[in-house]
Design a protein. Structure first.
Length: 66
């Protein structure tokens, strides 16, 4: 399958408004659309990971058994 995209440019998106503009500019150029949203895959803060590890190590159980 041949791809018509030009990989010479690197696009850095700083906010959701830029994402919407870029999406509208390149719409129709791609056979497959890629959704570049960090909301669904946001990194967990290190403090949260540490606290979750502490809790999960000491407090565990089957939530369905409540």
């Amino acid at each position: 399958m041949q791809n018509n995209l030009n990989y010479k440019s690197l696009i850095i998106i700083h906010n959701i408004q830029e994402f919407a503009i870029i999406k509208n500019l390149i719409k129709g150029m791609m056979a497959m659309e890629v959704y570049l949203d960090n909301s669904a895959t946001t990194r967990v803060r290190k403090e949260v990971i540490k606290k979750m590890a502490e809790v999960l190590d000491k407090e565990y159980g089957n939530p369905s058994s409540l």
